[in-house]
Each structure stands twice: as C-alpha cells, then as structure tokens.
Design a protein around this ligand. Structure first.
Ligand code: FES
Ligand SMILES: [Fe+2]
Length: 381
C-alpha cells in the first residue's frame, strides 16, 4: 500500500515556506530549468493561431504553424516591442504589431516593410529568439532552458502517463486560475496527500477502501492510485457515461505529480491538469484544466455527452479545490509562526518525497545543518 512503514521526518523548516532566499533558490534550481505547461491545443487549434504568456517574467508567444507548435520570445529584434499584446489570436503570418516585420517559422525575418532602409542586413540579430516546445496529449510545454533534457525523459518513470495522456482525443472542458495566498509547496503538499480528505472534503471526496491507496515514489515525481468513494447510483452513472465515451477507461483515480509543479489526474474519461507557479515566497498561481475523452467515432450525442461530462467534472473539481483553498491562508499563517518541526505520516509519504526533492535540489541536505537536529538523527538512522 505505502512505500514506507514508519513515520517520516518533516524535511523542510517552516521558514522554507516563506523565505525570500529559499524562493530565489527554488526559482533558479527547480523552476527556470524546467518544462512548463503553458497552454493546451485548444488555445491555438488552427494554423496561424497563437497565444501569449509570461514565464517567470519572460514574455513568450506560442504559435501553431501547420499543426506544429513553435515558441518565441515575444520581443521583436527591431525596436524591442512585444510582437503581440493579445492573450490569443490568429494571423496568417507571424508579424510584429509595431512596424509590421514578418518572421518565418525558424524565427528568421521575412518581409520587412521598407527593407531597403535597413541595408545592409546582417541576418542573425534580426531573428526572433526561439524556445523548445513539447506537446504531450492535449498539453503544450515550453522550456526556457536550452539544456533542459527532453520532456519525454522526465515522463520516463511514468510509463503509464505516456499511455494515458497521449493522443489528441481530449475535448477541453474549462481552464481557470487561482491566486493562492500561500507558498506553492503548501498547495503542492496538500494536493498529494489524502490524509485530509475526511476532515476537509467530508461530503465531496474520499477514497475507499483506504487500505487500497497505492503510492509510487520516483526520482522525478510520485504516483497515487485510489478508488473514489461514490454512491452506487453515482458509480453506475459514471460507468455508463464512460462506456459511452471510451469503454476501456478505468474508474480508478490516478494522480501523477511530476516534480516540482505539474499534477495530472485521471479518473474514468476525465483528465485534470494543474500547474503551480510561485509568484512570491508566500503566493502562487495555479492553473487548472479539465479535459474529457471524445468518442472515436463522434456523433452529435457523444459530443453532447462529452460536454456534459466536462461540466459535471469541472464543477466537482472546483468544489474540491475551493475546499482546499479555504485552508491555505491558515496553513501559510501557521508556517510563518510555527516553533515546531512538524512530522509526516506514512499516508503523507508523498509530501515527504516532495520535500526530499526540494531539499536535494536546493542543497538543503548537502548542508544538513539547515535541518533540525532530531530530523538529522532520524534521517541518518
Ligand atoms: S519593433 Fe517590431 S517591427 Fe518594429
Ligand atoms: Fe484536498
């Protein structure tokens, strides 16, 4: 059931959830060198469609070019304007909004109005800066770091992720954001532990039987598998909807946490994706999307059912996340005033796995003096 058989030390100190220096180290060592889920296929479904985002203050533009996705720094090499201020849009060519310079898919400049006035053009400085893009299932990922290993390497320990999310048969139900008044680790730790379900999600979400919760711990992330408790009628209805859309879907809940900040949840015909971006030492932004599998041979009825199931699932996810959100200010306040070292149960071992990852990435275990004395003793015993 669980990987560990006895309680675990709380590896991070309360100050690691609010300190400016810890926040900066995490950005540098854990976040900037990562792949980030920045959007989904539905954000730019057709040739020429694009969307813009900001990744740690870096403006980016992702564009669909004949079905392939390309990401550029959203800054023009002419006189530094953003290429577009629109959140999303469509244009037959990749064109700067200021003086109309056009660019090719490789970033090189194409048509330049009054180009003769720029002679001689050296090429190079007139190119857009490109970033790596990787598409997985309905999700589009971008990395700002050219030395970042391929996303598929990161997914490797999670063979089932690849099986479960690849393909383009996902219908987008809804995407929304939360700005939480809490450090991103508060939200991440809450997301991966099921210990709080009974007290916080009393009427909306629990796993049963509890002793069938399964955990897997890998270097790059963790997996939880469990059975969601539901009334016999609700289970029958869910099985029926799933059989109409995709008969092979398992009703079992699977949550894949790819360190540090990506969470992919599957159950029946639904996929929920959530990414957490730190916005300060004590705040973070969560983006959540819900997708539902489309039937292979779509009909008007199956399309309606996919939309209907998307609405049902979205409202269930929103209810659960609102229940969690009500806790975050209190947890953050507690973190900032706690004289305790904390402790972690075997059921919360995925919290420990995340803390271990943070400690390793940030060099906290190398300098073990940052850990309380009894944690150090527990770790070395
Ligand atoms: S700043 Fe982009 S064309 Fe001038
Ligand atoms: Fe929760």
């Amino acid at each position: 059931m669980f990987v560990n058989q006895s309680k675990l030390p709380h590896l991070l100190l309360p100050e690691h959830y609010s300190s400016q220096s810890q926040h900066e180290v995490e950005l540098e060592t854990m976040f900037r060198p990562q792949w980030h889920w920045v959007g989904s296929l539905h954000d730019a479904p057709d040739d020429g469609d694009f969307f813009t985002r900001e990744l740690f203050g870096v403006p980016i533009l992702v564009r669909n070019h004949q079905g392939a996705y390309h990401c550029f720094l959203n800054v023009c090499p002419h006189r530094h304007s953003t290429l577009s201020n629109e959140r999303c849009g469509s244009s037959p060519t990749l064109k700067c909004q200021y003086h109309g310079w056009e660019f090719n898919v490789d970033g090189s400049s194409g048509r330049i109005p009054d180009a003769k006035n720029f002679r001689p053009m050296s090429g190079g400085p007139e190119c857009l800066k490109k970033f790596s893009v990787s598409v997985h299932g309905p999700l589009i990922f971008v990395s700002l770091d050219p030395s970042c290993p391929p996303l598929t390497d990161q997914f490797k320990p999670f063979a089932t992720v690849t099986e479960e999310f690849s393909g383009d048969r996902w219908a987008h139900a809804e995407t929304w954001h939360y700005d939480f008044p809490a450090n991103w680790k508060v939200v991440a730790e809450n997301t991966v532990e099921s210990y709080h379900l009974e007290s916080v999600h009393t009427d909306s979400f629990r796993f049963e039987p509890e002793d069938e919760i399964e955990h897997e711990i890998h270097d790059g992330g963790t997996i939880m598998r469990a059975t969601i408790h539901a009334s016999p009628n609700a289970m029958r209805f869910s099985r029926w909807v799933t059989s109409q859309l995709h008969p092979d879907c398992s009703p079992r809940y699977r949550m894949y946490h790819l360190f540090p900040h990506l969470f992919l949840m599957r159950a029946d015909a639904m996929l929920q994706a959530m990414v957490l971006m730190p916005t300060s030492p004590i705040t973070c932004r969560a983006t959540v999307s819900v997708f539902v599998l489309r039937r292979e041979q779509e009909t008007a009825w199956s399309k309606w059912l996919t939309r209907f199931w998307g609405r049902i699932k979205t409202s269930a996810v929103k209810k659960i996340l609102a229940e969690d959100a009500s806790l975050y200010p209190g947890i953050q306040m507690g973190m900032e005033h706690s004289p305790f070292k904390g402790c972690v149960s075997t059921r919360e071992e995925l919290v420990h796995a995340l803390q271990n990852h943070v400690a390793e990435k940030c060099g906290l275990q190398a300098g073990r003096d940052v850990l309380p004395e009894d944690c150090r003793r527990e770790m070395s015993s």
